[in-house]
Design a protein around this ligand. Sequence first.
Ligand code: LMR
Length: 397
Amino acid sequence: MFQSIERRPPDTILGLSDTFKKDANPNKIDLGAGVYKDVNSNTPIVSAIKKAEQKLWETEDSKSYIAQAGPEGFNRQIVSMILGGDSAAVKEQRAISILAPGGSGALRITAEFVNANFPGTRTWISAPSWANHVPILGSAGLSLVEYPYYNYDKHEIDIDQMMDTLKGATTGDLVLIHGCCHNPCGGDLNKEQWQAFAEAAEKQGFIPFVDLAYQGLGDGLEEDVYGVRLLAEKLPEVIVASSCSKNFGLYRERTGAVTLIGETADQISASVSQVISTARQMYSMPPSHGAAMVDIVLSDSGLKQEWISELTEMRERIDGLRSQLVAKLKSVGVDQDFSFIEKEKGMFSFLGLSPEQVQTLINDYSIYMVKSSRINVAGISSRNIDYLAESIAKVLK
Ligand code: LMR
């Protein structure tokens, strides 16, 4: 068998981290995978999580399996973090979150669940989108189609083209939409645009499938779910795949959730039973550790406050880096207007460089980013920003 297997090229995002590690250049900069970094380019453990881990170590008395849906406390905390404690859907138990192995796991079990019940469901994905959306959703059997999202020349989202194309989305289709901090472009819908999107969903009957991987890293924990909450209020059905990787810094613990919002508690509990059964077929039982820590943090007001402060610090640091990069590029004599970087949200922005220019930055300057020129803004620091700006200026000449 193995002799006929061909080698796959490295992953377009994760492969960069491997090459970066092997690079001996002391000035190397990693702007590849979307992982938060501090000023020393480390990805720290959130202190509230560290404390929760200690508490867990002291109190956990078994390693037996947890419930298939995940810890009840975690599920309750997540649904109210997304929809708000006062949400009618939560109160009426027609919005339920269940634990999934990371945001990617949440996307995948949702896709499997939808495809098992409605094979080949047409699913609209923004162009561009996270590079792994197509493999995760497509290989579950969903039929993927694109809708335009970002205008690369104007460096802003192309709402007119997006809404025009989405006129083709009809009853039963899924429309994957980034809840905040669009990956890869950093361009988010404003309130008015969310309103237009919600109205289109209502009129045409498509179901929003929200990828919420960065709650808290755009404008704030509450602000970043403006769109999701609007959809949940206005529409009969919404699906959310969320992640605790970035906002809780739990990357390797694979902690995320599927949230189903529907018309009745009965329909939602039946659908949740199907999602759980899908997960049983795929990996049987969910991981416990990350969810247990999130549950501890969110149910302890002191730890919760500490986490919110740390999250605020992360967000403000990224925002600050956006402004500093724009200013630094100007100060090293770059004529092009990079001010769009300051307006975009979350970890990512496109620099707007060609694949050749990106390759030059990698080969000649050891500055790593995705081929599309997507940068992880959090990878910039006061220690590397001069070298970064000067190198970009050189490849732009
Ligand atoms: C990214 O987009 O860089 C992150 O979400 C990490 C990943 O798995 O691709």
